[in-house]
Design a protein around this ligand. Structure first.
Ligand code: ATP
Length: 404
């Protein structure tokens, strides 16, 4: 009997068995239940962030300000206060946040929980100590911290995180906004994908787009920008842009000013690849740490990911395999699509649906098409031909492909 008691006691130990009462203390039970529910009280978050004090503010993105905080139990957190423009109801928000907090992977920022308090909606993330990738990669005084091996590990980590979101999480989660600023690095340089699931929390709500800095972010897949066709291949496209940015140390969105002979980073990489000179896109600070063959393979993979036709792009499972292999034979990429931005998408001409996947027309892509797929061109010209490839129907949230 005593043995059984001890055994039970040790099983309950992680939950702070309250021996003086001989059972789990009421408070402990509440704490466990609250943690399970992933619900945080507004007071706990206000106290953790010193009333959302300016000195705790980490920054402000399109969805609202983010604050650093410390919970009573010592955990460091980042609290995202969603802007009031999210018109999602409390119950829907709670359901979505609950689902998203089940997403757990080494390369995805952990959503610890959420809080819905009056009009306030907040998301609570694990705090990731290092800076976001863009701050390191695009700042000349910091980019040498990222040698080739580190960049390569970051690439594989992001690829694994995306594979998990696409295929291995409870539902297919399309990120929709993969870019360098959404990759956070922890103190061991492990990349963590941030801001996943925003499409579910801001369903069909483009309002936040207008609060972002106007301009091109240069990561969005052309078929998504132009037609709202959202599939996992849109994330693959953005990942491809990120691959080429990591290799070159150049931001795709500001590239054109530097190299007049190419329209953008993708175009430049493609032209050099065709001449078998792709290592020339390499960031000069990598000269001593990079192996030319590996750089070549990575450029090749980046170009496969950014092809205009989403169906030609590899999926994340294949990308993880390709990146993990020492040698691999790769098909020739077709010309890259021209990336766009969400900002442009929000300004689609009247009459074009902004609902992902509702447009039934699409431009036909293919090897024979030598023109780059320009997302900035007028949408009327873009709907000229009916798609030869049917793109799977998407749910009205523009997030999960629907099983038909
Ligand atoms: N979990 C986190 N840990 C540490 N810092 C974070 C965390 N989440 C966000 N931040 C920081 O908070 C700031 C704002 O982040 P947020 O993701 O809201 O916007 P953004 O990525 O700058 O822009 P966008 O909304 O366009 O993606 C950034 O500097 C980011 O690095």
């Amino acid at each position: 009997m005593t043995k059984l008691k001890n055994c039970l006691k040790s099983l309950l130990n992680p939950f702070k068995f309250n021996s003086s009462k001989g059972k789990l203390g009421e408070e402990d039970m509440e704490t466990i239940a609250a943690r399970e529910q992933k619900q945080f009280s507004f007071d706990a978050l206000a106290s953790a962030t010193k009333d959302f004090h300016l000195t705790h503010k980490l920054g402000e993105g399109g969805f609202g300000p983010v604050y650093k905080g410390k919970l009573d139990d010592g955990r460091e957190i980042a609290v995202k206060k969603l802007s009031h423009s999210s018109n999602q109801g409390k119950k829907e928000f709670t359901n979505e946040a609950k689902l998203l907090s089940r997403v757990q992977h080494r390369n995805v920022v952990n959503l610890l929980g959420y809080c819905a308090h009056g009009v306030e909606k907040l998301l609570v993330y694990e705090y990731v100590a290092n800076e976001s990738l863009d701050k390191l990669l695009f700042k000349s005084d910091k980019r040498q911290l990222l040698d080739w091996n580190r960049r390569y590990d970051i690439l594989i980590g992001i690829a694994r995180g995306l594979l998990y979101l696409h295929e291995d999480s409870h539902n297919c989660i399309i990120h929709r906004d993969i870019k360098a600023s959404n990759i956070l690095l922890d103190d061991k340089w492990v990349p963590k994908i941030a801001d996943f699931g925003m499409a579910r929390l801001f369903p069909e709500d483009q309002t936040h787009v207008n609060t972002r800095v106007a301009g091109t972010n240069g990561y969005m897949a052309p078929e998504y920008v132009m037609h709202g066709h959202l599939s996992v291949k849109a994330d693959v496209f953005s990942f491809g842009v990120l691959v080429l940015e990591l290799i070159s140390g150049q931001r795709n969105s500001t590239f054109s000013q530097q190299h007049a002979e190419a329209q953008n980073l993708l175009d430049w990489a493609y032209k050099l690849h065709k001449k078998n000179r792709s290592p020339e896109i390499m960031d000069p600070v990598l000269a001593s740490s990079a192996a030319a063959e590996q750089v070549k393979t990575c450029v090749h993979i980046g170009l496969l990911c950014t092809q205009g036709d989403p169906q030609l792009r590899p999926d994340m499972r294949r990308i993880v395999v390709l990146l993990s292999k020492k040698t691999c034979s790769l098909e020739e990429p077709t010309r890259p699509g021209v990336p766009g931005s969400r900002y442009r998408r929000a300004r689609r001409p009247a009459g074009m649906s902004s609902t992902a996947g509702t447009s039934d027309t699409a431009r036909t892509f293919g090897e024979s098409d030598s023109r780059p797929f320009d997302s900035s061109s007028n949408a009327n010209t873009a709907t000229a031909s009916t798609s030869a490839h049917t793109i799977p129907r998407l749910d009205p949230h523009g997030k999960r492909p629907m099983e038909s």
